[in-house]
Ligand binder design. Structure first.
Ligand code: HEM
Length: 399
């Protein structure tokens, strides 16, 4: 049972500043608070976030919750988008979620993921070959690398790959405090992408290959999934695997440029690449918060929460908790025992974590090996994402 004597503080959302930094201010004051503007609770401390991630009374909240605030006409117009999102693996029933987890693990085996390593190297090399002394890291490397890996997984021909970037950008609105207008654009992209993928699914039924879509068509024949679920979850995979990995690469390099001693250390000791990437994930991981809904009464930080509440779990502040990470505001690529929460934990733990690590390790190794003189070539462009988070839209460098 919780302790009814302490009250839960409330916080507004702030417009003027980076909301991830604001989260740290809240975390310093309370492990559990309320954000009335979101109609939700916010959990910030490492132990409380971890316990909540592992608590079966909390289920991934459907990303479509923002739809409730729209007018009936808007909701009707956006029904196809909602129907697709309702099929995403974490949004279905617990049974549907487990079924998809088992299915995706057929593809995301250690052998398959490691087998992608040479392809990641080749792609990184090609992207860097195309440059001439300068680049925008976001545009020229961080976005195209994971997009091409996902395109490989889907077996997309080279000529179609440019479509992924726009689709991915538009789909991201679903997870933000989006307006009806942004959601309309999302819907256009989701439907376009699904139609496109139906063509690939049909082709793989007739002509199997060694790709993810073929794996899905085999499962379809076994009666494990249907075509609508396949295409909806491919949209989820694009969303889950593209911007996240792109942001890890861009935020990670930005951190190295902000901390020249760490950049020098990594250049002189490439064997630190793994722990450097873990520190990038801890310090500025791409997923700031995950959202849950209470499906049973739960107790968080000593307070009882009833069924039907929305709860934001701040991975970001958990990863900066001084009780777990000594000197949490220090970016230290030699940090040991880095038990960060950047990939979540518990029943929704990231299925692509190993792939994201392979992509970022290879990318940083090759980049610093080829361009040891890398330095800033202009100001970075950071966009604040509501309610909590930020994203680099541009990171100019010279080498
Ligand atoms: C740096 C890159 C990445 C980060 C930081 C990241 C982060 C996360 C986080 C925090 C979750 C848990 C969400 C929750 O608890 O509600 C998650 C789930 C997931 N991620 Fe990732 N991810 C990354 C890359 C990828 C990649 C490359 C893929 C696949 C191509 C992927 C596929 C998934 C899937 C399918 C889930 C849902 C798992 C489930 O519900 O069982 N992720 N990711």
């Amino acid at each position: 049972m919780g302790n009814p004597t302490t009250t839960i503080p409330s916080y507004d959302l702030r417009d003027e500043q980076d909301s991830a930094e604001y989260l740290l201010e809240i975390a310093a004051e309370a492990p559990l608070s309320r954000v009335p503007a979101l109609g939700a609770y916010l959990v910030t401390g490492y132990d409380t976030v971890l316990a909540a991630l592992r608590d079966g009374g909390l289920r991934a909240a459907n990303a479509t919750q923002g739809f409730e605030q729209l007018t009936e006409a808007e909701q009707a117009e956006l029904r196809p988008l909602r129907t697709s999102i309702d099929m995403w693996m974490g949004h279905t029933t617990a049974e549907g979620h487990h079924r998809f987890q088992k299915l995706l693990k057929r593809y995301f085996t250690p052998a398959t993921v490691n087998g992608l390593r040479p392809r990641v190297r080749e792609l990184t090399g090609e992207l860097l070959d195309a440059l001439d002394g300068r680049m925008d890291v976001v545009r020229d490397l961080a976005y195209p690398l994971p997009a091409n890996i996902i395109a490989d997984m889907f077996g997309m021909p080279a000529a179609d790959r440019h479509k992924l970037r726009e689709w991915s950008r538009q789909i991201a609105a679903v997870f933000q405090n989006a307006t009806a207008e942004r959601l309309r654009a999302s819907q256009v992209s989701v439907l376009e992408m699904q139609d496109y993928l139906r063509g690939i699914v049909a082709d793989r039924r007739a002509r199997p290959r060694a790709d993810l879509i073929t794996m899905f068509t085999v499962a379809e024949r076994e009666g494990v999934v249907n075509e609508d679920e396949i295409v909806a979850n491919c949209v989820l995979l694009l969303f889950a695997g593209h911007e996240t990995t792109a942001n890890l690469i861009a935020h990670g390099l930005n951190l190295l440029l902000d901390n020249p001693d760490q950049l020098e250390l990594l250049k002189s000791r490439p064997e630190l690449t793994q722990s450097a990437v873990e520190e990038m994930l801890r310090f500025d991981g791409p997923v700031t918060t995950v959202v849950r809904e209470t499906v049973e009464p739960v107790t968080i930080a000593g307070h009882d929460l009833p069924v039907g509440e929305h709860v934001f779990l701040a991975l970001y502040t958990g990863n900066h908790d001084p009780a777990v990470f000594p000197q949490p505001r220090r970016f230290d690529i030699t940090r040991e025992n880095n038990r960060h929460l950047a990939f979540g934990m518990g029943s929704y733990y990231c299925l692509g974590a190993a792939l994201a690590r392979v992509e970022s390790h290879e990318c940083f190794r090759i980049l610093l090996d080829r361009f040891p003189g890398i330095h800033r070539g202009g100001a970075a462009d950071l966009t604040v994402i509501r309610p909590f988070g930020h994203r680099l839209d541009s990171l100019p460098v010279e080498f």
